[in-house]
Design a protein around this ligand. Structure first.
Ligand code: GAR
Length: 221
């Protein structure tokens, strides 16, 4: 994949945008040779949109409720994003199920972060499900987006122990710290040409990544 320098990132959000902020920080402090060319939301009132605009980043909103079908909404997203020629499209708390209309044009340069140790708990309420199941640990996965919901090849995973008395909220507070660390690392690997999506899964430095992703350790480069 050939990439501009600085690379062009588009970020899709639906909410507060703390992972988006992690990318803003990584671009500003030189951790990523990239700039954010567009932050796009499906929700007009997503707090992350204000945060991005205040930082001088171009923002746009496409309200999914204005479209008759997921495919029509996805086509509008593709039309908007394509104008900005992104090298990488980052889903950062973008809470819409995407169809092939969106996924196929960006295959191989479309990443998502999901707050569970995939393949456990695709979908919603991941932390509560981990607690209810009595899991000793929970965590987060960065993965390539493919047609299967939360089912694309994992790249990086970070784990935290589930503590006695944890609630979904207390667990989420510990996991989100790790989300902000691992997501820019995976993006950097991709932009450096070290990471790509193949028919067999995710490949890093020529080697297949294990099915649950690489275990994050502090300082990983
Ligand atoms: C994050 O915890 C992210 O992992 C999750 O939404 C949150 C967004 O927070 N994503 C999903 O659940 C996707 N299925 P943020 O807006 O502060 O980045």
């Amino acid at each position: 994949m050939s990439v501009s320098s600085p690379a062009r990132l588009a970020i899709l959000i639906s909410g507060r945008g703390s992972n988006m902020q992690a990318f803003m920080d990584a671009c500003n402090n030189g951790d990523l040779d990239a700039s954010i060319v567009l932050v796009l939301s499906n929700k007009t009132d997503a707090p992350g949109l204000c945060r991005a605009a205040e930082a001088g980043i171009t923002t746009a909103c496409i309200d999914h409720r204005q479209y008759d079908s997921r495919e029509a909404f996805d086509a509008a997203l593709v039309a908007q994003l394509s104008q900005y020629e992104p090298d990488l499209v980052i889903l950062a708390g973008f809470m819409r199920i995407l169809t092939p209309v969106f996924i196929e044009p960006f295959a191989g340069k479309l990443l998502n972060i999901h707050p569970s140790l995939l393949p456990k708990y695709p979908g919603l309420h991941t932390h509560q499900r981990a607690i209810s199941a009595g899991d000793p640990e929970a965590g987060v996965t960065v993965h390539f987006v493919t047609l299967e919901l939360d089912g694309g090849p994992p790249i990086l995973q970070a784990r935290v122990p589930v503590l006695a008395g944890d609630t979904a909220e207390s667990l989420a507070e510990r996991v989100i710290v790790l989300e902000h660390r691992i997501y820019p690392v995976a993006a950097r690997w991709l932009l450096q040409g070290r990471l790509h999506l193949s028919e067999k899964g995710a490949i890093l430095d020529g080697e297949p990544i294990p099915p649950t992703g690489i275990d994050y350790v502090p300082g990983i480069r």
